[in-house]
Design a protein around this ligand. Structure first.
Ligand code: SF4
Length: 209
């Protein structure tokens, strides 16, 4: 069966936003979470999908920036939605793209472990959208169990020489967590071996009750 995936968009020339160097952001549709303030709400709307591509078709589309990728140590960032729901697509793409491209993943890690294991050999950098490490806050905010996230994070941080590849995003979420909660998350994550953090404030765009 043809390995096609749906994308919200494929956006070129994202400099210093979604990874190192010149980056093309490939944003998949679909996400298992239902965050109260979803930053990419269109990823839940199948009708909003404008692109359906095979890995070879995506490669054709992004190849135009090959020289920029090589000159700046840039490459492809897979985001969404949740890119790991498309782990077979990412694996196939990485097998045919230039091995010198940097492959970055923007993920919530809330998928079965097999998806992470499948793409792990190809991914150079992870931005992990952790929400909050307090289970009650996390599950209230995302409407999903934290179990997959914890399993995947423990597995990832147990891999050799991975700490420099991982940045965890620690959001201040209005009406959901406090500075003390964010500090607690950082403390727990440091205990798991995480070294790099990106602490920031959520801007509310879509509030669901
Ligand atoms: S993980 Fe991201 S895309 Fe998914 S529901 Fe939350 S904010 Fe939206």
């Amino acid at each position: 069966m043809e390995n096609k995936a749906s994308f919200i968009g494929v956006n070129r020339h994202r400099l210093g936003i979604d990874g190192h160097g010149v980056v093309t952001l490939c944003a998949f549709t679909g996400c298992p979470l239902r965050c109260r303030y979803c930053l990419n709400d269109q990823c839940h709307d199948e009708k909003a999908s404008v692109l359906r591509l095979t890995p070879a078709e995506l490669l054709d589309r992004v190849m135009v920036d090959n020289l920029y990728f090589l000159a700046t140590d840039g490459g492809i960032t897979f985001g969404g939605g949740e890119p790991l729901l498309n782990s077979c697509f990412i694996e196939e793409f990485c097998k045919i793209c230039d091995p010198n491209w940097n492959i970055t993943l923007e993920t919530s890690l809330n998928v079965p472990l097999e998806h992470l294991e499948r793409v792990f050999p190809y991914v150079n950098k992870y931005f992990i959208d952790i929400k909050d490490m307090n289970r009650d806050i996390y599950e209230d905010y995302t409407r999903l169990s934290q179990d997959n996230l914890l399993t995947n994070l423990e597995w990832l941080m147990s891999q050799p020489d991975v700490a420099d590849k991982v940045t965890v995003r620690l959001p201040h979420i209005p009406d959901c967590n406090t500075q003390a909660d964010v500090d607690h998350s950082r403390h727990v994550l440091k205990g798991m071996g995480v070294k790099n953090f990106d602490e920031f404030n959520y801007l509310i765009r879509n509030k669901k009750e």
